[in-house]
Design a binder for this molecule. Structure first.
Ligand code: UDP
Length: 444
């Protein structure tokens, strides 16, 4: 008899390290642990990110790049999020063509399911057209799914115009309570420009056959239990209709075996190797986060004042403040040029600052690393939880404030830096930073 065809899962990954990295790991496990064939589909536009952002895909996973689509008619000041969603929307005909070619009957691995990540949810109806299930992948947590469900429910139940602001504190399914400051951008009020997108995303999520979430039971036990109960038809009777939710993570990329084989190939690791065990504060804000120029200087001063060893992955500062200079004219495109005068020389015996990128999973797993100052991106969070390093939570945008709340209040893994608001500015002062870092390193 001919060998049985392997079912083929096609995963659709929006650009960005935070989405691609966990999706690549999901694909690898589908192939290596569950006997599927898997193809990761990526977008050609917007791929200008540095090469190291792309995880090295396991050889067992196939890849396909969608053809570029025309985007030059969009206004120059269009918001990044809008551009991304528009790119996916314009690519739907190409996605359909690709899936049809896999589904044409001749393939040894016929199409079995489509798994877009949440920013590619506009492609979900193509799965239904082709008669296969569509599962949505959420690279974040169950709390975000619960929040989206909650907003959608409020929105759909309200008479038009009746509901404007989310009632706070917001009690989510599973016992997470959010105040206004913890809400992700665009979620708090129907008057926020991002609100429509949140509702639209919620509607599409609701149409999925199932939701795969990059988290695990112990990270969010209350919410996991609540979703489990809702999956039992008798218990869900009368509840807001929503697809089944599966915590299937954590999808953390292990250290690259080839890299590990050649030893400490990165200057960061070589430096860490020379530091005492449990002595270094690792500081990184992910692939998309940026501090203001003023905040970058304040962080430098705080690290200096803490007296601790540190390894800081410095990103280009953001320059939307009135006092900030334009980096292209002032510091060029070298993030280190934005550090305060003399800072690198004064701290050279105990600190290392590197531009843009470090092999994070290996940094967190290194015995010299004792604490992590983090923007609380969900991948960073999971990577760090796996290494058991206490955190200083410094959320910047998206759902990071909510992640910080889970880490601080539910899991007891993080301290939080309180931003001070002065003259309309929002700044974490050097004093707070030094105090918190010391507390992390020396306190209970
Ligand atoms: N990352 C890295 N080196 C860096 C910064 C980030 O390897 O210097 C990786 C990090 O390990 C994580 C991902 O990039 O896997 C960032 O995802 P996360 O969800 O933490 O934050 P985002 O970049 O989406 O804000």
């Amino acid at each position: 008899a001919p060998p049985r065809a392997r079912p083929h899962v096609v995963l659709l990954a929006s650009p960005g390290a935070g989405h691609l990295i966990p999706m690549a790991e999901l694909a690898r496990r589908l192939v290596e642990l569950h006997g599927f064939a898997a193809t990761i589909v990526t977008f050609t536009n917007l791929s200008g990110s540095p090469g190291q952002l792309l995880p090295r895909l396991p050889a067992s996973v196939a890849t396909a790049a969608l053809p570029a689509v025309r985007m030059d008619d969009l206004p120059a000041d269009a918001h990044d999020g809008f551009v991304l969603l528009e790119l996916v929307r314009r690519s739907v005909p190409n996605i359909r063509a690709l899936l049809r070619s896999i589904n044409d009957g001749s393939s040894a691995a016929p199409l079995a399911a489509l798994v877009p990540d949440f920013l590619c949810s506009v492609a979900l109806p193509v799965a239904a057209e082709l008669g296969v299930p569509g599962y949505l992948f959420i690279p974040s947590n169950l709390a975000l799914v619960a929040l989206t469900r909650h907003i959608l429910e409020l929105h759909e139940d309200a008479a038009p115009g009746e509901y404007r602001d989310l009632p706070v504190p917001l009690e989510l399914l599973g016992g997470v309570s959010l105040c206004r400051e913890d809400l992700p951008d665009g979620c708090g009020s129907s008057r926020h420009p991002g609100y429509e997108q949140v509702v639209e995303l919620g509607r599409r999520i609701r149409a999925a056959d199932g939701i795969l979430v990059n988290t695990f039971y112990e990270m969010e036990p209350g919410t996991a239990e609540a979703f489990k109960r809702l999956a039992v038809p008798e218990q869900a009777a009368g509840a807001f209709l929503f697809p089944p939710v599966f915590p299937v993570g954590p999808f953390v990329r292990g250290p690259d075996p080839d890299e590990a084989a050649v030893g400490a190939s990165s200057p960061c690791l070589e430096w860490l190797d020379r530091q005492p065990v449990g002595s270094v504060v690792y500081v990184a804000f992910g692939s998309g986060g940026a501090l203001s120029v003023e905040q970058t200087a304040e962080l430098a001063a705080g690290l200096e004042a803490s007296g601790q060893r540190f390894l800081w992955v410095v990103r280009m500062p953001r320059t939307d403040g009135a006092d900030d200079e334009d980096p292209s004219t002032a510091g060029g495109d070298d993030p280190l040029a934005w550090l305060p005068e003399g800072f690198l020389a004064r701290t050279s015996d105990r600190g290392l600052a590197v531009a843009a990128w470090a092999p994070q999973v290996r940094m967190l797993a290194h015995p010299a690393t004792a604490a992590f100052v983090s923007h609380c991106g969900w991948n960073s969070t999971l990577e760090n939880v796996g290494c058991g390093v206490p955190m200083l939570a410094w959320p910047l945008y998206a759902e990071q404030r909510m992640n910080a709340l889970l880490l601080e209040q539910k899991l007891g893994m993080a301290l939080r830096v309180p931003p001070s608001r002065e003259d309309g500015r929002c700044l974490v002062t050097r004093h707070e930073i030094a105090k918190a870092v010391k507390e992390l390193m020396e306190g209970d």
